[in-house]
Design a protein around this ligand. Structure first.
Ligand code: PEP
Ligand code: MG
Length: 590
């Protein structure tokens, strides 16, 4: 994304995927690849080859990113697509130029310095060369070189710097891509809304912006070229629109819409005090999904009766080391204390896929991350990682009711192994002495988010104390559609009959085994899905706190026989569009 291109003063309406509802208006704050503090250190001779290999891996990653951006740019209007495409192609050329790689390799090998520092030195020298040129056009290429260099260095560092540190209050973040680690650094008190070129509706960045209540639109191609720092921008998370430099009339229209939405949200507050039950008084448990400690207040405000999913991976992001047992224990203890006796379901580390923790370095870098060493697979391959977390959870569980949830389970044997490790960890903690520990192990449950787990639900129910259905990954793996890729976003459909059958089967297996089952994927937070899920037998929902009151309102308007009838009608359909239409229309159709 460039901030110094020709000014375009007219209003521009761009479309993308609305991933977090609400309207935000404010000055654009464009996140570039700049602002890095580049580390510099000396290498021992044995590390030189490794360092050169690391540099080459970063080149490949950078080229891939640039290709992805170029592909996005192809959907821009004629002329603009060409201009941006050429620029990105030129960037790719710079990254892979033999002049740059030869010079960096030489610097690493002869200067015995790390790759980041070597790249920075070369970029400085090339950029200075351009800047000194008489021709204005060529002189301006110095900026492009620095942009490319910063991207390369950021990929080498594998860590997110805080790109929002200087964001002015009330701004709209415009970025090429927002990583889950980036979202963990966003302060919703300062940032009003978010728009990005890349990203799908159920990716973690989308989930996080929803959790933060930040209106967001992702997959907006033309952001690459359209905006400049400080431009007034409107993000319309309902319609999936981003309006650059809105006219006075557009501003007024959106201000009125925002006021209407605020009144509706206010009205919804009255639902908070009402019982969480269907119209015919069947009690329903509504819990919150928490990403970070800061979400606890939102969970209380929404009236959640507990936490159905605490994603612990965010404690592992934006750092280069792993949190110790003590540190994890303290974080969990504080959250448990703040929940004041309400039950909390703590999920063990789920990194891999699009959630990469830099502290784990190359351990989680896979050829196909979504299918690689992710979540519990990583935990069992690196038992120290899992044991440390289990120890921290066990110690924290004396401060309130806790359940332990295992992500990405695909077999009965994995659950047996985890339970065995949990028992061993407990024994070790007892031997260590001087620690307060619970009398019995907290319940141990499995995320049902891989089709194999759903289809093995009866067998898994014998080795699990509870199930939590992760509809996001279950959809991704059933339909083989990347949940975070905007290019296939229209195909990502949690209401596909195949996904619904797996959910139905899992809920039924849990009922047969008499163990609790909840849904904690994004469909649990969709008020339109409430009747269907109730009708399939679900009684426990866990969702982003911002979705809780709308879902509660929907549940309070449904009777159980209506829900069962509706679910039966939906499950008779074989066409996903028909299912979608029925869900959109809701019970009105009956
Ligand atoms: C899911 O996959 O539905 C889920 C809740 O887990 P996550 O979104 O963290 O992968
Ligand atoms: Mg998941």
């Amino acid at each position: 994304m460039k901030s110094e291109k020709k000014p375009r003063l007219k209003e521009e309406i761009l479309t993308g995927i609305g991933v977090s509802t609400g309207i935000a208006m404010g000055p654009a704050y464009i996140i570039t690849q700049r602002g890095l503090t580049v580390p510099e250190y000396n290498l021992v001779p044995e590390k030189i080859d490794e360092e050169i290999a690391r540099f080459h891996a970063a080149i490949v990653k950078t080229q891939k990113q640039l290709s992805a951006l170029k592909q996005k740019a192809a959907s821009l209007p004629d002329g603009v697509d060409e201009e941006i495409g050429l620029l990105l192609e030129a960037y790719k050329g710079m990254v892979s130029s033999s002049r740059l790689s030869a010079a960096v390799e030489k610097s690493i090998a002869e200067g015995k310095i790390n790759a980041e520092a070597a790249v920075q030195k070369q970029i400085d020298s090339i950029a200075e060369g351009f800047a000194a040129m008489k021709d204005d056009y060529l002189a301006a290429r110095a900026d492009d070189v620095r942009e490319v260099g910063a991207r390369l260095i950021r990929n080498l560092m594998q860590q997110s710097y805080n790109p929002f540190a200087d964001a002015p209050e009330g701004c709209i973040l415009l970025a090429e891509d927002i990583t889950p680690a980036d979202t963990a650094l966003m302060d919703p008190a300062r940032i009003a809304g978010v728009a990005a070129v890349l990203g799908g509706p159920e990716g973690h960045a989308a989930i996080m912006t929803r959790a933060l209540g930040l209106p967001s639109v992702l997959g907006v191609s033309a952001l690459v070229s359209g905006a400049q720092h400080g431009d007034l921008v409107i993000v319309d998370g309902h319609e999936g629109k981003v309006i650059l430099r809105p006219t006075a009339a557009t501003q007024t229209r959106y201000k009125n819409l925002a006021a209407r939405l605020a009144r509706e949200t206010e009205k919804l507050q009255s639902v908070r005090a009402q019982p969480s039950a269907t119209l015919d008084s069947v009690p329903i448990t509504l819990m919150a999904n928490l990403e970070l400690e800061r979400d606890v207040d939102a969970a209380f405000k929404a009236g959640a009766v507990g936490v159905g999913l605490l994603r612990t991976e965010f404690s592992f992001m934006n750092r280069t080391d792993l949190p110790s047992e003590e540190e994890q224990f303290e974080t969990l203890r504080d959250i448990i204390r703040r929940m004041k006796g309400k039950p909390i379901t703590i999920r063990t580390l789920d990194v891999g896929g699009e959630k990469l923790a830099s502290a784990l370095g190359d351990d989680v870098a896979c050829v196909n991350p979504a299918l690689g060493l992710r979540a519990i697979r990583l935990g069992l391959a690196e038992p120290k990682l899992l044991d440390t977390q289990l120890a921290a959870i066990l110690r924290a569980s004396v401060f309130g009711p806790v359940r332990v949830l295992i992500p990405m389970v695909s077999s009965v044997d994995q659950m047996r192994q985890v339970r065995e490790r949990f028992l061993q960890v407990e024994k070790r903690l007892h031997r260590r002495g001087g620690l307060k520990l619970p009398d019995v192990l907290p319940p141990l449950g499995a995320m049902i988010e891989i089709p194999a787990a759903a289809l093995s639900a009866d067998a898994l129910s014998k080795v699990c104390d509870f199930f939590a259905i992760g509809s996001n990954d279950l959809t991704q793996y059933t339909l083989a559609i990347d949940r975070g890729d905007d290019r296939v976003a229209p195909l990502f459909n949690a209401y596909h009959p195949a996904v619904l059958r797996l959910i139905q089967f899992t809920i039924a297996a849990a009922w047969r085994a008499n163990i609790p089952v909840s849904v904690c994927g994004e469909i649990a937070g969709d008020p339109k899905a409430a009747a269907l899920l109730l009708g399939l037998g679900l009684r426990e929902f866990s969702m982003s706190p911002s979705r809780l009151l709308p879902v509660k309102q929907a549940i309070r308007n449904i009777t159980m026989p209506q829900a069962v009838d509706f679910a039966q009608d939906v499950m008779r359909q074989s066409d996903e569009d028909e299912v979608r239409t029925m869900i959109e229309q809701g019970l009105k159709k009956k």
